[in-house]
Design a protein around this ligand. Structure first.
Ligand SMILES: [Zn+2]
Length: 474
């Protein structure tokens, strides 16, 4: 039983009552599953149930530890339910333990004890995809640990983002011109040769040629920043400290509650495959001097689509790549494809279907709509896509060309669709469908480390080549 008394409630703050209109006494809900998704950014606890439930929750900040109590009406505590909830072993940055008790007849109380001060959000989701009703607790730290999330919280808006980016691009072009005058060698070519060589870490800092920004500013401490080094070129030229690095935001699709596509033969989950590819790409790009990669998610947890974009903006990304694996009704469909945002004109029906499904990720992954509204409104307001779309196409074509060397192409041209994740007005963005999980042969390949590496290197090479094209053509 719980040891929280009525007095604790009176002392607490943030009491909130939510209810559902369609709940009926006669309809007893059953809990189907309880899941946790621990992550540094936030932890999610999901209670999946087969019918609507009435619940209330209380945050007890005055208690030590801080507690969340959730009362669920119309639920009888069975031994089975107790086991389901208490089996949850929260090896978790925020949750100390979860308990469950029959608070009153037909009211089950779930109590969550926290390790630190937190901001829990509790909300419910209607059935979608393979899921029934879900009661979701998102546990955010009162103080953000994820540096990108901290920046997002601080910088509510960046009205001058586009102007700043244009300035950065102009500076990049100038820098590239200077570099070209000084060196005859095609250094990016050498980098690309290196990254294509297929070794596990082909781009060690010491054999990279640092074509763009030899001196990574020391204050720039990326998550896995490459070591500062002196290359022959750097010695040839006065050091230009304070130069910015080229930042690539890598977005592994789906995660947590949202598995994405699931393979036919081995039940491979898209969220796992794309995270593996993204991690390789992250390591490879970070090993190149003058480049910095950031990941929009680093583990198996869900990140809402707009927050993925916010993270890229907070990292001041020059380019955003979202990595996915495709699925189609027919198992024969195969090959890689690339999508860029389409801000006008016609979009083919299948692209519309796909965009709808990718955007549904927020519904399946589970988004607290209220907390998203403000951000979505802001992003919709300052959308200015023309430059972004044309840059995105440049990146898309280069990456597609690289993918064609390692896999069949599903579509030989860059496709255009309206993915929410591509809607960063100031960051060129593409979505890569690596291969089809619904195709048994490609599912088999996607599971292998070798193919994951090939995909990561193809995407990386495409990005490097597009950077080069952008910087040398004016
Ligand atoms: Zn996907």
């Amino acid at each position: 039983m719980t040891d929280i008394t009525r007095r604790d409630f009176l002392g607490g703050v943030g009491a909130l009552v939510l209810s559902f209109a369609h709940w009926s006494e006669a309809y007893g809900a059953q809990v189907i599953d309880v899941r946790t998704w621990p992550a540094p950014e936030y932890t999610r606890v999901t209670i999946e149930h087969d019918a609507p439930m009435k619940f209330r929750y209380f945050v007890l900040r005055t208690s030590k530890p801080v507690r969340l109590a959730v009362d669920i009406d119309g639920l009888v505590l069975t031994e089975q339910l107790r086991k389901t909830i208490e089996k949850v072993k929260p090896n978790d940055p925020y949750i100390a333990r979860i308990r469950v008790g029959q608070n009153q007849p037909r009211v089950v109380r779930i109590t969550v004890d926290f390790k630190t001060d937190v901001d829990p959000q509790v909300f419910s989701l209607s059935p979608v995809g393979n899921y029934k009703y879900r009661l979701v607790f998102d546990i955010y730290p009162a103080e953000q640990k994820d540096p990108l999330m901290a920046i997002i919280q601080k910088e509510e808006s960046e009205p001058d983002a586009i102007a700043r980016l244009l300035k950065q691009v102009a500076e990049g072009q100038k820098r590239m011109e200077e570099n070209r005058e000084e060196f005859e060698e095609d250094q990016i070519g050498a980098l690309i040769a290196g990254i294509s060589s297929g070794n596990l870490a082909p781009m060690k800092p010491d054999d990279s040629l640092a074509p763009l920004t030899p001196n990574k500013p020391s204050k720039d401490s990326g998550q896995i920043a490459s070591k500062p080094k002196e290359s022959p070129q750097a010695n040839k030229r006065p050091s230009r400290s304070g130069r910015r690095v080229l930042v690539v935001a890598i977005d592994p699709g789906h995660g947590g509650e949202d598995p994405g596509a699931v393979g036919r033969r081995y039940r491979t989950k898209e969220k796992d495959v794309v995270l593996a590819v993204a991690r390789i790409l992250f390591r490879e790009l970070n090993a190149i001097d003058g480049m910095k990669a950031v990941l929009t998610r680093q583990g198996d947890y869900f990140v809402p689509l707009q927050r993925r974009v916010s993270k890229a903006r907070a990292a001041k990304a020059d380019f955003f790549v979202s990595i996915h694996a495709d699925a189609w009704i027919k198992p024969q469909a195969k090959g890689s494809s690339i999508y860029a945002l389409n801000n006008r004109g016609k979009v083919s029906t299948s692209n519309r279907w796909l965009a709808k499904n990718q955007n549904n990720a927020d519904l399946i992954g589970g988004v607290n709509i209220k907390s998203q509204n403000k951000q979505i409104a802001r992003i919709l307001m300052d959308m200015s896509f023309t430059a972004q779309v044309s840059d995105s196409m440049t990146y898309g074509r280069r990456i597609l060309a690289e993918l064609s060397r390692i896999n069949t192409l599903h579509k030989s041209r860059v496709q255009q669709a309206n993915f929410a994740v591509l809607k960063a007005p100031d960051i060129p963005s593409v979505l890569v469908e690596t291969a089809f999980l619904s195709n048994p042969e490609e599912e088999g390949k996607l599971r292998t480390a070798a193919f994951q590496r090939k995909l990561a290197c193809a995407i990386g090479n495409g990005i490097l080549k597009a950077f080069k094209k952008k910087a040398t053509l004016s």
